[in-house]
Design a protein around this ligand. Structure first.
Ligand SMILES: *Cc1c(COP(=O)(O)O)cnc(C)c1O
Length: 389
């Protein structure tokens, strides 16, 4: 159907095509597992954030039970009647897991970041945000109305220089990913916590990729670095290592009470189905009782990085289960991703605007479900790819 008023979109899409930046939707027809079927072909799957291997089947029973007893839809916002006993139990379990006073369940990690940042900072305040923070943090900063100062990735010296001038603002918020989603590197949380304390700033850490993976108990990078007391606002997601969906914030009771009053993505969105809360509870149990999932995962990631470096790959500063191979040019990156698919490996190519210009990369994400054999054959395929080049 022709709609002339939307013709400009065709022009924009052609422009994306010509620069190799057009994205197309793929359809997966298998469960999210170590091997997947996408658009009719089977691949070994190095594209999922299901780091602990819980998404495929581990949570099914809990979900089915919950649907039988609670039904599916929650029918209302949490502040009205959408929040049921399973939601309350999950929030209590999240607080216990994180060792914080309280926790609040959001529909997604995206909603948690946007709702939290806009509740903590507004006009007259200043936010310091890492240049590589997730899109949901960026949007939260934009929406907040606060002055946002984007600091170069992980650059503590820059912050140390800028923070003294920030006293002119009413409040200060430093916000960072704990584990960066594309480069797989960790934020310098010890230094950030020290700076936050020195300059009276709030410190918020997004643990989306680290919850369940980092720290002795799986609490994320705050636990890994031992800075739990110095981080005032912890955001996590149940959609990655926890194998489900939903975001959460953990912190003091005061913080949670404030968010339940002010976070618009919480207040004005329907509560997730009770079965989602049941999945979260089941995932937390696995995270707590099966620490070998995270320790084995991180050991294998170390081994993979060493092998790739030996092949001459640039894996950047990766220190986690997310292992990038930095290529630079977006079209070359997509060509490599396509070659790997032809060899049976699904490794996504990541381009701007997800990463900065010139930093396009292949993003290998490891999960507990990968076998040593799968990883070995991937390394061989990458070796062939680089030799052909
Ligand atoms: C994925 C991600 C989110 C969003 O979480 P969802 O639960 O998928 O909405 C937020 N922050 C970071 C760093 C992420 O990688």
């Amino acid at each position: 159907m022709s709609q002339p008023s939307l013709d400009w979109i065709d022009d924009e899409l052609r422009e994306l095509d010509s620069t190799g930046l057009r994205r197309r939707l793929a359809t997966r027809t298998s469960a999210q597992w170590a091997t997947i079927t996408v658009d009719g072909s089977e691949f070994i799957n190095f594209s999922s954030n299901d780091y602990l291997g819980l998404a495929g089947k581990c949570l099914n029973d809990a979900v089915i039970e919950a649907i039988k007893s609670c039904g599916w839809g929650s029918g209302a916002s949490p502040l009205v009647t959408g929040r049921g006993s399973l939601h309350a139990r999950l929030e209590a379990a999240l607080a216990e897991f994180e060792s914080t006073e309280s926790a609040l369940l959001f529909p997604s990690g995206f909603a948690a970041n946007v709702g939290t940042i806009t509740s903590l900072a507004g006009k007259g305040d200043v936010i310091f945000s890492d240049a590589k923070n997730h899109a949901s943090i960026i949007d939260g900063c934009r929406l907040s109305g606060a002055r946002t100062q984007i600091y170069p990735h992980g650059d503590i010296d820059y912050l140390r220089m800028m923070l003294p001038q920030a006293h002119a603002f009413r409040r200060r918020l430093i916000v960072t990913d704990g584990l960066f989603s594309m480069d797989g590197d960790l934020a310098p949380l010890c230094d950030l916590a020290a700076l936050a304390e020195q300059f009276g700033a709030m410190l918020m850490v997004d643990e989306a990729h680290a919850t369940g993976v980092f720290g002795d108990h799986g609490r994320g990078t705050v636990e890994h670095w031992g800075v739990e007391d110095g981080v005032h606002v912890r955001v996590g997601t149940l959609s990655k290592a926890a194998g489900s969906i939903g975001g959460f914030v953990a912190g003091t009771q005061t913080l949670i009470d404030w968010l339940a009053n002010r976070a618009r993505s919480y207040v004005f969105s329907t509560a997730p189905p009770a079965a989602i809360a049941a999945a979260g509870l089941a995932a937390l149990q696995r995270i707590e009782s099966e620490p070998h999932r995270r320790t084995e995962l991180l050991t294998r990631a170390d081994q993979l990085r060493h092998k790739l470096i030996a092949l001459g790959c640039d894996v950047g500063e990766s220190a986690s289960q997310i292992v990038p191979i930095i290529i630079g040019d977006p079209q070359a990156t997509m060509r490599h991703a396509a070659s790997l698919r032809e060899s049976g490996f699904f490794v996504p190519g990541i381009r701007p605007p997800t990463v900065p210009e010139g930093e396009s990369l292949l993003r290998i994400s490891l999960t507990y479900n990968h076998t040593d054999e799968m990883i070995r054959t991937l390394v061989e395929a990458i070796d062939r790819l680089l030799t052909v080049q």
